[in-house]
Design a protein around this ligand. Structure first.
Ligand code: NAD
Length: 516
């Protein structure tokens, strides 16, 4: 297979007239597809249930994205059994064929790039650029994991030993439950699902109920790419069903989860309990939340720092696990930096994401905007509101970018993940104090340091305890292969998605030796 060596996909330039027109057309096309009813896909069979739920456009809440089946215990059991049956053959399919399936899917996605982005504009309120970034990352995952699977395949050399011919090889695990979040509904869903599949496993994909239509795009593209029935089973329904039935099922071999800390810890606990008929320890990969910080030192380019902070805090409305939710600034430059940060924040355009020029769209749902409002009330007690603090206009869940200054390191705004456009600003006495504050959370996902001082940067590399650390750039925007992604502490199992170790999580090593 002559596939070009992986490199990250370039983003689409939406200042180009042709691209603007293509995206507008894609939005129109997808609009014509909204409101359909989707079935479950179990073992290649479409299936409906007695009950359905609806996915709405958060930017225009009267608009229905689609109706989805509310699977119950029976369907969950059927899904795991279908995956278990398909594992018998898929685990024996050559790795070349499996990788080829991902490559074909990535080619299809390249062709439908704008349309896929349009689904996310409608379903989860992404701006054009954010939606395109999500599709680009998806293509990258497919290419990267396809190539990684080939690299892992075959006999691996071990230490030679006279009279024997030892080697080691990687084999798949079995049935995996894939539970992604809604915020990268194509990229994270595809990354988690295809890493498992290309390694020879079969899966039950339980998408987030906020983004089932986007997840369905992956399912149908994988089918088009030739994935056999039963390898990827699509099961929509409440999150609790996934926890209770899929995670606890005796035939479930592993669970790959990305989402909040609370749900991740619950899954980890449920997976640890052995049930009747289970013959393995279930493997759990859990990537969870963050309370990510950007440190701005007194020796830094403050203009660049302000740009990085605003982009990391308010890109996709702060709804990225990597979003900057704490700005830790050394007090000497606090005033000057905050002037710039507030000025840039006030220039951000908030509104319907189908409009190209809107930088921010709605947050994902009603409970999300309520949570933000609760934290804003807490923020008013804990600090000084500099900007925002109220809903934006529009028939959706619009919330203005919000900044609280004077937040204490122990405050709830400095400790708890809000997952919205709310930035807490903390003052540090000096750089060491800033590092100390940055590490003072239970999370450890991303972090960035703006400093021109090499010693301080080297100290950050040693002491800033986060899975993804950056200097003089924003703390969001990890690229597949370039910035393997995953966090420390309560941010998860540090799986490093998009890194060379990732596929190992979906395989087990078999050591073989023959006496000569
Ligand atoms: P969530 O935890 O509410 O839901 C995640 C998934 O778990 C969804 O598919 C949901 O249906 C399912 N779920 C809910 N309850 C469940 C249960 N009891 N048992 C099993 N599954 C259940 O998270 P979310 O709101 O979808 O996503 C936002 C969160 O995800 C944030 O905390 C964010 O930081 C985190 N996140 C982390 C990363 C990372 O790489 N570390 C990436 C993206 C998002």
């Amino acid at each position: 297979m002559n596939r070009e060596q992986y490199k990250p996909t370039e983003l689409i330039d939406f200042s180009d007239e042709n691209n603007i027109e293509s995206m507008q057309n894609a939005l129109d096309r997808v609009k014509g597809k909204l409101g359909q009813t989707y079935s479950l896909k179990l073992g290649g069979q479409e299936m409906t249930t007695d009950d359905t739920f609806t996915s709405f456009n958060p930017g225009n809440i009267d608009e229905v994205i689609g109706h989805f089946q509310k699977a119950g215990e029976r369907e969950a059991d059927m899904a795991v059994k279908a995956a278990s049956e398909a594992f018998k053959s898929w685990s024996r399919v050559s790795v070349e064929e499996r990788a080829n399936c991902l490559f074909k899917a990535s080619d299809i996605m390249r062709e439908r790039r704008m349309e896929l982005a349009a689904w996310m504009v409608y379903e989860v309120g992404k701006s054009w650029a954010e939606a395109d970034g999500d599709v680009a990352e998806t293509i990258d995952f497919l290419e990267f994991y396809g190539q990684e699977a080939l690299r892992y395949s075959g006999k691996k050399e071990v230490v030679s030993f006279s009279g024997e011919s030892p080697y080691m090889e990687y084999i798949p695990l079995g049935v995996g439950i894939i539970i992604p979040p809604w915020n990268f509904p194509l990229a994270i869903t595809s990354g988690m699902a295809t890493a498992a599949i290309v390694s020879g496993n079969t899966i039950v994909l339980k998408p987030s109920s906020d983004a089932p239509a986007t997840a369905y795009q992956l399912v149908s593209i994988m089918e088009e790419a030739g994935l056999p029935p039963g390898v990827l089973n699509y099961l929509t329904g409440p999150g609790a069903l996934a926890g209770e039935k899929l995670v606890r099922h005796p035939k479930t071999r592993f669970i790959s989860f990305t989402g909040s800390m609370e749900v991740g810890l619950g899954i980890n606990k449920a997976a640890a309990e052995m049930v009747d008929g289970q013959v393995w320890i279930k493997r759990v990969v859990a990537e969870m939340g963050g309370k990510d910080a950007i440190i701005v030192d007194s020796e830094a380019n403050l203009e660049e720092a302000a740009i990085g902070v605003v982009s990391s805090a308010f890109g996709y409305n702060g709804q990225k696990c990597s979003a900057c939710s704490r700005l830790i600034v050394v007090e000497d430059v606090h005033e000057e930096l905050m002037k710039k940060v507030v000025e840039k924040t006030s220039a951000l355009k908030l509104g319907d994401p189908t409009e190209r020029t809107n930088f921010m769209g709605p947050v994902v749902n009603e409970s999300s905007i309520r949570k933000i409002e609760e934290y804003v009330e807490i923020g008013k007690e804990e600090g000084e509101l500099l900007i925002g603090g109220e809903r934006g206009e529009g028939n959706g869940y619009y919330y203005k970018p919000t900044i609280f200054d004077g937040i204490d390191r122990g405050a709830r705004l400095a400790q708890e993940e809000i997952f919205g456009p709310v930035l807490a600003v903390l003052k540090a006495k000096d750089f060491d104090d800033a590092l100390d504050i940055a590490n003072d959370t239970i999370f450890g996902l991303t972090g960035a340091v703006y400093t021109d001082n090499n010693d301080k940067w080297e100290k950050s590399v040693r002491e800033f305890h986060v899975g993804n650390l950056y200097r003089n750039r924003k703390c969001t925007g990890a690229l597949v292969g370039v910035h393997p992604f995953g966090g420390f502490n309560m941010s998860g199992t540090d799986s490093k998605a998009g890194g060379a170790d990732y596929l190992l999580l979906f395989q087990q090593a078999k050591s073989v030796s023959e006496k000569l």
